[in-house]
Write a protein that binds this ligand. Structure first.
Ligand code: LLP
Length: 430
């Protein structure tokens, strides 16, 4: 169910009119629906429950929300209260999780380039696991943990070399990607890691890409991970959890992504059958790292039409949001739905929706039929994931404000950035 719908001809987020939000908080404005966030996260939680893993049964299951997709403290806090763990990729994201009241013991730390300070910070917070991506990284982690008198729990990100069949920029599980260790090298890496005194091998993980509509590449990756666990067990390296990453896609236009519950049910069925046949049902924890499928369709970017330019070949709707607010179209030619906030019956024309930034690449949507005038409000749909987190200050534009709608109430969860904040750290030299 969409929590963004027209009521009396005006687009609403839950029960709040977007026109009211624009008046109250200004534009550009990110607007999130709490009910949508809860619903999306619950699809994961319910599937874990149905598989009998909610309370640690069969080794349990942990959903580690991928913080990079939307890291607002209110979003993290809400998900944390729903029981979510967190997949982070920087010390900064860890500090966000902690500031949001999230449980550091449910944090997994991914990423190819973790720094010493970040490792130290994560060890001090006693995070659940480091998803390490190379031998030099394990060696460094061993050193940092040793200096603190600790042992770091690790999982190795194994690259299963399956084609996620998604945009090349967001496909990560192929041999040519920088991520993880090659499948063929994984055993050797595990042997090396297991021999280090300040490292405790606990898991295995992979993440093959993002915006996957079909789960067959994910299940193919799972099979390879399962084979690898067998090989490790045979070597006397026991694995307590397997983490299949994130990647389930959402509907931007007319895509038909696999239902979260169906995908998880298939994962659990395979894992359970495998554990029953080879390990007399010995438990293993299963983890997921979803981002987009939790927040993507729970948010939109609200913007106001500044000018209409009717050219010979093209009509442009110049709006007050730009590529710095929503980078995805410029970066991946991503498609976001555009809705007028007032369902109006004027004469439509075909427009490119563009921002005020001085780049030809600054477009948000192309060739859309819209009946609009100056001052009208537009909603760029499905912008909850990788929207605000990828925003920049290019052209010294303060980043948008963010609002979380809960029923009839709207909470400002991030104030609009003041331009003076943007140069506050800078200095003039004589
Ligand atoms: N785990 C790891 C290790 C990841 O690298 C990612 C995303 C996720 C989990 C979450 O994946 P999701 O469930 O959101 O697909 N900026 C791009 C997407 C980049 C994805 C990066 N990794 C976009 O706007 O489409």
């Amino acid at each position: 169910m969409s929590h963004f719908s027209y009521r009396n001809g005006v687009l609403h987020a839950e029960q709040v009119s977007l026109a009211t939000l624009a008046e109250q908080f200004g534009t550009p404005l990110y607007v999130y629906s709490k009910a949508a966030l809860v619903e999306n996260f619950s699809a994961y939680a319910n599937a874990c429950q149905q598989a009998g893993r909610a309370d640690g049964g069969k080794g349990g299951a942990l959903v580690c929300y991928s913080v990079k997709s939307n890291s607002n403290l209110a979003v993290l806090n809400l998900l944390g209260r729903l029981g979510s763990g967190f997949d982070i990729v920087s010390g900064g994201e860890l500090l966000r999780v902690v500031a949001a009241g999230g449980d550091a013991r449910k944090v997994i730390f991914s990423g190819v380039g973790k720094g010493r300070d970040e490792m130290k910070l994560a060890l001090e917070h006693d995070i659940l696991c480091f998803n390490v991506e190379s031998i030099p990284e394990v060696a460094r982690l061993n050193e940092v943990a040793g200096a603190l008198g600790k042992r770091a729990r690790i999982s190795l990100r194994v690259n299963p070399n399956v084609d996620a069949k998604t945009h090349p920029y967001i496909s990560t599980g192929l041999k040519e990607n920088k991520f993880g260790v090659a499948y063929e090298d994984a055993l050797n890496c595990y042997r090396a890691a297991a021999a280090l005194p300040h490292i405790e091998v606990v898991g295995i993980d992979c993440h093959i890409g993002s915006q996957l509509l079909d789960d067959s590449p994910l299940l193919e990756a799972l099979d390879k991970i399962i084979d690898m666990v067998d090989a490790l067990e045979a070597e006397g390296i026991p694995i307590h959890h397997l983490d299949i990453g994130g990647g389930i896609g959402i509907r931007y236009d007319d895509e038909q992504p696999v239902a979260i519950g169906d995908y998880l049910a298939r994962v659990f069925a395979r894992v359970d059958a495998w554990r029953a046949s080879k390990y007399q049902g010995r438990p293993i924890q299963v983890m997921f790292e979803p981002g987009r499928s939790v927040v993507g369709n729970a948010g939109l970017l609200l913007t106001e039409v500044q000018y209409l330019k009717h050219g010979e070949g093209k009509n442009f709707a110049v709006v007050d949001a730009a590529m710095n607010d929503l980078m995805r179209p410029a970066m991946y030619e991503a498609w976001h739905g555009v809705k007028t906030v007032k369902e109006n019956a004027g004469q439509p024309r075909i427009y490119d929706v563009v921002g005020p930034v001085c780049e030809s690449g600054d477009w948000l949507a192309r060739s859309r039929e819209l009946a609009i005038g100056e001052g009208d409000l537009l909603a760029l749909m499905s912008a909850g994931a990788y929207g605000m987190t990828m925003a920049s200050n290019y052209n010294t534009r303060g980043r948008a404000a963010e609002v979380l709608v809960d029923g009839e109430r709207a909470h400002l969860i991030r104030a609009r950035e003041n331009p003076a904040d943007l140069f506050a750290l800078e200095k003039i030299v004589s």
